[in-house]
Design a protein around this ligand. Structure first.
Ligand code: HEM
Ligand SMILES: *[C@@H]1O[C@H](CO)[C@@H](O)[C@H](O)[C@H]1NC(C)=O
Ligand SMILES: *[C@@H]1O[C@H](CO)[C@@H](O)[C@H](O)[C@H]1NC(C)=O
Length: 502
């Protein structure tokens, strides 16, 4: 009896002690968390935050670009939020966006390194790197892209040729409903592939189609709850199953694909005659061998190549898919585009970049597709390089900065019908009119590296398709403009009919 009581007391005592220890630990973490995250003086205002999670639960990742409008109204054009322990400031409105991306660009050139990205790319590559690595990789990529045709006739011809392949494969659908997603993906991807790998891939190539599927999965998995949690608590999530593990597997498979490509290139490599980006990079590695501080090594070759492949495939093909969808939904606009193309170029000659000036309506439609498609709604995030002041507010080094391109592209003060597809936004007296509040490629030193390439692709693919086909919804079906949130905003799965024109 006494013994039983004794063990009960011991158990109670043990339980009590455990609880106290736990409570004490939690309280300590809360206080430490609070102290660590006290906002500096003059920091931009924002809503109150939860310990550990910050404002994590205020953002719905399925449509994060449309939320928080109320907060901007309440707190202003520099709004501070917190994700876990990551300080984020959202910039709204053209004057402040230009202040950050142009006038003070030196202070905003870095990218934040999320644990998700770091896991597979380390700090390397082109899109998410910072500092010297970024500078070296960007300079090299730009000059190499130029050497392999950017802004040259040869590249334009390659896009025209690819457009012909795309037309042929769409013809095979015989006007019946089909999902245009992966055909367009493949066509667009072939352009960057011909620059990086020196080859294009047939639309029937099963292995390449699989690669495109992994890439597509990546773009929407990254916004999943598990991946966001991985970014907050990598040391816990690492051991748990979930979407983030799929993402890691896909990244590994893609890296493997690229390293196989590199091995193939090495086999018949001739430094005197680089054939493509990989060849040129191998030469740069050789040039810098023995220099431990150089960022040109094989790991970065894989990362930068994958970055080009990803950035050069997903964005442009998503924009084109929005384009065809908007045409199918707005047949009267599609007819005007086709009439202009036929009047200026005719039925048989293939459109080229030189025709852009003479096709103002078509050019305006492509711009309007980009405005409405708004595929990178919050721009790619930047990180503050050194303590700085914007609009009287203090932004310490390390603050993450998002610029709200959605607000810019849907600003009712700038656009006559901000939420409706309307090519007149880019027209004046029948001529094409540039708009300042249109920044789908961003602006400044870290502007999209592929802007010129993307513009050529969009123009030639779009006009070539419009010249040959009329895109329609399948019979008795209403097409929707619903979107899938991911690294880019893309149309939800849909079918179109491509009716061959006379
Ligand atoms: C419609 C198509 C495209 C859109 C809307 C787009 C948009 C963007 C945006 C908004 C950024 C972030 C810029 C910033 O931080 O200020 C970016 C970066 C980048 N884009 Fe594009 N892009 C497109 C096509 C392409 C293509 C075809 C390539 C292929 C070469 C490409 C390569 C890159 C690279 C490498 C970066 C990172 C640049 C850096 O961090 O220095 N993009 N893009
Ligand atoms: C960005 O702008 C859009 C459109 O004004 C708005 O709905 C959204 O809440 C804004 N997002 C953020 C994070 O400020
Ligand atoms: C080594 O690389 C760094 C960074 O690229 C460069 O600044 C430096 O000049 C290089 N040193 C030599 C000896 O080439």
């Amino acid at each position: 009896m006494l013994q039983a009581l004794g063990s009960l007391a011991a158990a109670l005592w043990a339980g009590f002690r455990l609880r106290t220890v736990l409570l004490g630990a939690v309280a300590f973490l809360f206080i430490a968390d609070f102290l660590k995250k006290r906002r500096p003086k003059n920091y931009p205002p924002g809503p109150p935050r939860l310990p550990f999670f910050g404002n994590f639960f205020e953002v719905d990742f399925k449509q994060s670009h449309l939320q928080l409008q109320q907060l901007v109204k309440k707190y202003g054009n520099l709004l501070s939020l917190e994700f876990g322990n990551l300080p984020l400031v959202v910039v709204t409105g053209l004057p402040l966006i230009k202040e950050v991306l142009v006038h003070q660009e030196q202070n905003f050139l870095n990218r934040p390194m999320a644990p998700l990205r770091e896991h597979t790319f380390k700090k390397g590559g082109l899109v998410m790197s910072s500092g010297r690595t970024w500078k070296e990789q960007r300079r090299f990529a730009l000059s190499t892209l130029r050497n392999f045709g950017l802004g040259k006739k040869s590249l334009e011809e390659r896009i025209q040729e690819e457009a012909r392949h795309l037309i042929e494969t769409i013809k095979e659908e015989k006007g019946q409903p089909f999902d245009p997603h992966f055909k367009i993906n493949n066509a667009v991807s072939n352009i960057i592939c011909s620059i990086t790998f020196g080859e294009r891939f047939e639309y029937q190539d099963g292995q390449f189609q699989e690669l495109l599927k992994w890439l597509d999965e990546l773009t929407y998995i990254e916004t999943s709850m598990q991946c966001q949690l991985y970014n907050l608590f990598p040391w816990i999530m690492r051991f748990l199953p979930g979407a983030h593990q799929t993402l890691f597997r896909n990244c590994e498979k893609m890296k493997l694909f690229v390293s196989r490509m590199i091995e193939e290139h090495k086999r018949d490599w001739n430094p005197a005659e680089p054939r493509d980006f990989i060849d040129a990079y191998l030469k740069e590695i050789a040039k810098n061998s023995g220099n431990a501080s150089s960022s040109f090594h094989e790991e970065n070759l894989i990362c930068s190549t994958l970055d080009l492949f990803f950035a050069g495939t997903e964005t442009t093909s998503t924009t084109l898919r929005w384009g065809l969808l908007y045409m199918a939904i707005n047949p009267e606009i599609q007819e005007k585009v086709q009439a202009e193309i036929i009047k200026v170029i005719g039925h048989s000659q293939q459109p080229s970049m030189a025709d852009r000036e003479r096709l103002p309506y078509t050019n305006a439609v492509i711009h309007e597709v980009q405005r409405m498609g708004n595929i990178i709604p919050m721009n790619v995030p930047r990180e503050v390089v050194a303590d700085t002041t914007v609009d009287g507010y203090y932004l310490p080094k390390g603050t993450i900065v998002a610029t709200n391109l959605t607000a810019l592209h849907r600003d009712p003060a700038e656009w006559a019908t901000p939420d409706t597809f309307n090519p007149e936004h880019f027209l004046e007296n029948g001529q094409f009119k540039k708009r300042e509040s249109f920044l789908p490629f961003s602006v400044g030193k870290r502007v999209c590296l592929g802007e010129q390439l993307a513009r050529s692709e969009l123009f030639i693919f779009f006009t070539s398709l419009m010249q040959k086909f009329t895109f329609r919804p399948p019979n008795n079906e209403k097409l929707s403009l619903d979107f899938r949130m991911g690294i880019t905003i893309s149309p939800v799965k849909h079918h179109l009919c491509a009716v061959l024109r006379g």
